[in-house]
Write a protein that binds this ligand. Structure first.
Ligand code: ATP
Length: 231
């Protein structure tokens, strides 16, 4: 579904991603892991058209989308759920969803996936808990019925209970056939749920493979798994 080749992203003099190549097949969950500042969000932003790559190719179902404006990438079925929960606090939960996708995916459908949001549909989004706000951000991304979901740090700041709920949700989205690129600070959980994973270090892909193999790879456990909680 997605073929990224030799992708580079620069911000002025900062080289954030250097010649990264990765693939995502339809129906897969692919995890992108790495330390803070490794370039994970920059890859997401380049795929979704929010930053212009300085070099390289990004093909979505065979079509070149590198450098394409973000609304055109979205129209081709890519949705980004960015780090930091892009929701509109002064609007109700229902209006947040209405604005995200007029007439696309039905509310019933979305609320079935997010019963907590259904119960709070008339509340102002600003009054949601951190986890509920995260669910609303994901619901907004799903509202257009994307084929490829780019999920940036979905569990950031969540309690253990909501953490489990979010991962349960990601699992059920995959069951429904969605393709997911997942950036997640909890590397252990990301590798448990993903089919394959790429490790980014200093803007380059340093390791890639089946997630189940990487979970037991010493290079991963030494660098990323040491202090992480087991859920
Ligand atoms: P984190 O896990 O902390 O979110 P990340 O792996 O997603 O990090 P990026 O956000 O892609 O990393 O950042 C990669 C590098 O690019 C970092 O050195 C960062 O400081 C730099 N960077 C990111 N955005 C900008 C920007 N708008 N202007 C300048 N430098 C930037």
């Amino acid at each position: 579904m997605l073929e990224i080749r030799q992708l580079s992203v620069r911000y002025g003099g900062v080289s954030a991603v250097r010649q990264a190549s990765l693939d995502i097949a339809a129906g897969e969950i692919v995890a992108l892991v790495g330390a803070n500042g490794a370039g994970k969000s920059s890859i997401m932003k380049a795929v979704s058209g929010l930053v212009q790559p300085s070099a390289g190719s990004i093909r979505l179902a065979g079509e070149e989308i590198a450098g394409m404006a973000s609304h055109r990438v979205m129209a081709r079925g890519v949705a980004l759920c960015p780090e930091g929960r892009m929701i509109l606090g002064t609007l109700s939960v229902a209006d947040n969803l209405r604005l995200a996708a007029p007439r696309r995916r039905s509310f019933d459908d979305l609320f079935q996936l997010f019963p907590r949001l259904a119960e709070r549909s008339d509340r102002l989004a600003a009054g949601l808990s951190g986890g509920e706000a995260q669910m609303l951000a994901i619901a907004r991304a799903l509202a257009r019925g994307p084929k490829l979901l780019l999920l940036d740090e979905p569990s950031l700041g969540l309690s253990p209970l909501l953490f489990r709920e979010i991962f349960h949700l990601i699992h059920s989205l995959r069951e429904q056939g969605l393709t997911i690129l997942l950036v997640e600070q909890n590397v252990r959980q990301a590798l448990k749920i993903a089919d394959r994973a790429y490790v980014l270090a200093g803007g380059t892909i340093s390791l890639e493979g089946r997630a189940a193999d990487l979970l037991h790879d010493e290079r991963i456990s030494d660098a990323y798994l040491g202090l992480q909680r087991e859920e």
